[in-house]
Design a protein around this ligand. Sequence first.
Ligand SMILES: NC(=O)c1ccc[n+]([C@@H]2O[C@H](COP(=O)([O-])OP(=O)(O)OC[C@H]3O[C@@H](n4cnc5c(N)ncnc54)[C@H](OP(=O)(O)O)[C@@H]3O)[C@@H](O)[C@H]2O)c1
Length: 250
Amino acid sequence: MTYAPIDVAATPYGLAGKTVLVTGASSGIGRAVAVRCAEAGARVIATARDAARLDAAVAAMPGAGHRAIAADLVDAKALRELADGCGALDGVVHSAGVRGLSPIRMASEKFLRQVMQINYEAPVLLTQRLLYKNALQDRCSIIFMSSIAAHIGTVGVGIYSGSKAALIGTMRCLALEIAKRGMRANCLCPGLVETNLITEDPGWFEGQKSRYPLGIGAPDDIAFACLYLLSDASRKLTGVEFSMDGGVTF
Ligand SMILES: NC(=O)c1ccc[n+]([C@@H]2O[C@H](COP(=O)([O-])OP(=O)(O)OC[C@H]3O[C@@H](n4cnc5c(N)ncnc54)[C@H](OP(=O)(O)O)[C@@H]3O)[C@@H](O)[C@H]2O)c1
């Protein structure tokens, strides 16, 4: 399902005057979040590795002042430069991630580290650096992209599930640490969302559809939840993991 552009900038859910950093903004959920944030009035800093796809995402954003910063978030120097070059932020959406499938018996140490590096270490280290540099404004909202995989067992998804569950544990502690400045941290836990991440195997993907009473998600479904969590309308909502699974049953 696709949605027509909306103008929420003037509503209590709007993001006018806010600057939001979105990782993984070159593709899928992150791209939808970045574009919808711009539509809601935010100035967006979009980051991912692929500069051309990032530029295309920024070109799709209404409004002015958006920036694309290409960075590999598993590169410590690039992560640090990104954090130090953002300026003051009112919101951060950590969407960059990889899926990574392997039964535990076949999972190598290298594979484990690769998945944890981008899915868990990068968002935590980026948040750490932004806090350390005082780049996060009072009342800043931080969103980590977890997954229903953090809650349910699926064959071959053990390492990915661990990376997403780890985000929830860290988010809960962070939420307490930053509350004194009115800052908030939450996790979104999407079920399947139709992006490049999951459509590589069309047969498997088609088979999953019948499990979702409300249908498989679109990137915009997650983007709209992010708009709420980034806006002041959700100012008393922190430490929460928000499931967006379309009523899926296993
Ligand atoms: N799709 C789903 O069903 C689903 C369900 C639950 C949770 N999620 C989570 O949602 C998030 C977004 O997934 P998606 O479905 O939108 O996947 P996607 O379309 O593949 O997007 C992944 C994004 O992460 C970026 N990325 C990957 N490695 C990176 C790195 N080392 N440094 C910087 N950026 C990197 C990619 O950009 P570049 O390639 O340009 O670097 C891309 O923009 C992920 O965290 C995923 O785990 C997805």
